[in-house]
Design a protein around this ligand. Structure first.
Ligand SMILES: [Zn+2]
Length: 477
């Protein structure tokens, strides 16, 4: 439930991560010419499709490709009306407006920064109405994802809407070419070998500089794979360039804003920052809900976990990092949170899970004496969940064990099961148990004797007695 913790996240990973993000080299996939069937003389006979790809290490928020022009604002698609004709938007995406707002995602895993069709589905059809017929120089499409949602696979149809029998919304499986549309290009940027992740730019143009007179565009998007439900492209921007507009913008779009909230607890004893640059949609929640909880609870948790000569970290930071997958992990004084999980649990588990990580920041068990015993994992995780579920949010009963859970319950089951056990021992034998266990583990002097010393019973006996009490409580009366 809580992913990887503590020492397993080595500090060098962040260093490597920064190194990996430096521009390395640009890999170019292919550059293909497509011949397109044409009836009238209104549209170009040949659309040239240029595909550029930047792999995960080379991609930056600037979308700087070797040949495909930079994304821009204020192009002919900016004021166009976008409509889904077939398929369904994924609710984790940012909506159709993301495709023509001139804003780009900050990284290769930001669902809210672009648009994509619902997971598990096979894409869909998008209609773009430019509002009036214009002569089009280029159509550019941009996408970015670290894995299979990176590449673009689509057919692009165009029309001026004037043909007899023109159907403005041809649904699948109807062939749009049968109702007044022209197939302008077939795009498939999937690499033949190797991982598909990265940033893709596609530019559809005509050697004459004019693709023709166009009012409507129809994108028929397919998924990139069907081995799992995650094959729909994270499409970030569609630009339509008027023949009379400059071919390429002079400067890249500004990078996404840095979003860092710096805060401190009352009196300034503890300072912390929360970074949502790569998950801007969480900024407001962080400000309104998360920061106040940390300001109140970090000092309380520090007071509950004292030991001789110990000073709890006075600075720590929390980063909502799309490259971290799990729930959250703490290494030293750095907490990484998976934005996808937080979005899905914002109203339920989100705040409590950060309280759990704050306890890891305070534990600092890595400082044990040489030769000291390594603290058992179930206690390292049981104590944060005990403090979370029995002090921070007792009203949600998150560590209760119902009749169905009793049989499987073990005192060393970790997380909330161990929290339940700790709460029982605290109530029955030793109100100071948590403080004492924590101090012993932090100082590297924990061993099982401590249970006997504090309660008069061995750990295994306590485990059995606790289990009996659970069973008694679960019996129908
Ligand atoms: Zn944990």
């Amino acid at each position: 439930m809580h992913g990887i913790h503590l020492a397993r996240r080595s500090p060098c990973r962040r260093g490597c991560h920064i190194f990996m993000r430096m521009p390395v080299f640009v890999s170019i996939l292919r550059h293909s010419l497509l011949v397109v069937l044409l009836g009238g003389g209104m549209l170009a006979a040949r659309a040239e499709v240029t595909v550029d790809r930047l792999d995960n290490e080379s991609a930056t928020p600037g979308f700087k490709f070797p040949r495909v022009p930079l994304p821009r604002r204020g192009d002919a698609a900016a004021k166009a009306v976008f409509t889904i004709i077939d398929g369904e938007a994924d609710r984790n995406g940012g909506g159709l407006e993301k495709l023509h707002d001139g804003a780009l995602p900050a990284n290769g895993d930001q669902p809210s920064g672009g648009f994509f069709f619902r997971q598990g589905s096979d894409g869909g059809r998008l209609l773009v109405d430019l509002g009036s017929v214009i002569e089009v120089r280029r159509i550019n499409t941009y996408s970015w994802h670290r894995a299979t949602r990176g590449p673009q696979v689509y057919r692009l149809y165009a029309s001026d809407g004037k043909a007899a029998g023109f159907e403005p919304q041809p649904h699948r499986p109807a062939d749009p070419a049968a109702s007044g549309w022209k197939l302008l290009a077939e795009v498939d940027t999937r690499p033949k070998d190797g991982a598909p992740g990265g940033q893709y730019g596609v530019s559809i143009s005509d050697p004459s500089g004019n693709l023709g007179a166009i009012r409507y565009l129809l994108f028929d998007l397919s998924r990139t794979e069907e081995a799992d439900p995650f094959g729909n492209t994270f499409l970030d921007e569609i630009d339509v360039i008027d023949r009379h507009a400059p071919d390429a913008p002079e400067a890249p779009l500004p990078p996404p804003e840095e979003r860092v909230e710096a805060a401190e607890t009352e009196g300034g004893a503890y300072k912390f920052s929360v970074v949502t640059t790569d998950a801007p949609d969480l900024t407001d929640w962080v400000h309104r809900e998360l920061v106040p909880v940390i300001q109140k609870w970090y000092p309380i948790l520090v007071k509950m976990l004292p030991s001789e000569g110990f000073t709890a970290p006075q600075r720590f930071d929390i980063v909502f990092d799309p490259n971290y997958h799990g729930v959250a992990a703490t290494g030293g004084t750095h907490i990484a949170c998976d934005p996808t999980w937080y979005r899905q649990n914002l109203k339920t588990e989100a705040l409590g899970s950060v309280v759990h990580e704050l306890v890891h920041v305070i534990q600092q068990y890595g400082r044990r004496r040489p030769g000291g015993m390594r603290p058992p994992g179930w206690l390292v995780e049981g104590i944060p969940d005990y403090l979370r579920f029995y002090h921070y949010e007792p009203q949600i009963h998150g560590a209760d064990i119902g009749p169905r859970g009793v049989e499987r319950a073990r005192y060393d089951g970790s997380y909330r099961v161990s929290a339940n056990f700790l709460n029982w021992v605290v109530g029955k034998y030793d109100p100071d148990l948590i403080r004492e266990l924590n101090a012993a583990m932090r100082e590297g002097r924990y061993d099982e004797e401590i249970w006997k010393t504090r309660t008069g019973h061995a750990l295994s006996e306590l485990g059995e007695e606790w289990k009996k009490s659970l069973e008694a409580a679960a019996k129908p009366s």
